[in-house]
Design a protein around this ligand. Structure first.
Ligand SMILES: [Zn+2]
Length: 184
């Protein structure tokens, strides 16, 4: 089941699948099992401990900035529209169902809810990661930081304030241009 936006992209040849090659909005994509991505995080964790999660967050930030940059430039999607379309298309990346709860551009404040992220279940199943403390959606948090810092054109503060890994019913990511992230 894909969203109208994704169907539109497929129709407009923005999602192309040919032998050995997948492209989405002009980005070459690689499809990996969530298991494999989690193994990657496990290996980072074995070497770097908690610093591994900062690395994952920084990778997410690269993703966010690259996406806003390439899409903004090549597809002439302004950042504000980009964020709406990102919400619509995030499901196709398999990183959970992303919904905006607060999008206040004037106050530089955004809160997103994620349902069904792969990381809480993968971390629970991992011998290495099941005991880590705190929320676990570092990749999506980093992506949000990358996108929001581009969007607001200033450094941002962001935090995952709720996480399915911690027993909450959904995950929640909050980002602000101020020092204190919105809790709700
Ligand atoms: Zn989470």
């Amino acid at each position: 089941m894909v969203s109208d936006f994704v169907q539109k992209m497929m129709f407009a040849k923005q999602l192309e699948i040919e032998e050995g090659r997948i492209e989405l909005l002009g980005f070459r994509m690689v499809m990996l099992p969530a298991y494999t991505l989690t193994k990657f995080i496990e290996e980072l964790y074995k070497v770097h401990g908690d610093e591994a999660f900062d690395i994952v967050k920084r990778v997410g930030k690269h993703h966010g900035r690259y996406a806003t940059d390439v899409l903004g430039r090549e597809h002439e999607i302004p950042p504000r529209r980009f964020i709406h379309e990102t919400l619509d298309s995030s499901g196709i990346l398999g990183l959970g169902k992303l919904e905006a709860e607060i999008m206040n551009f004037d106050e530089g404040k955004m809160v997103f809810r994620i349902e069904g992220s792969p990381f809480p279940e993968q971390f629970r199943q991992s011998n290495i990661l099941s005991d880590v403390e705190g929320p676990v959606d570092h990749l999506q948090l980093g992506m949000l930081i990358g996108i929001a810092s581009d969007l607001f054109d200033t450094p941002v503060t962001a935090r995952e304030t709720k996480c399915e890994f911690l027993g909450h019913t959904h995950c929640k990511l909050a980002v602000t241009t101020g020092d204190k992230v919105p809790e709700e």
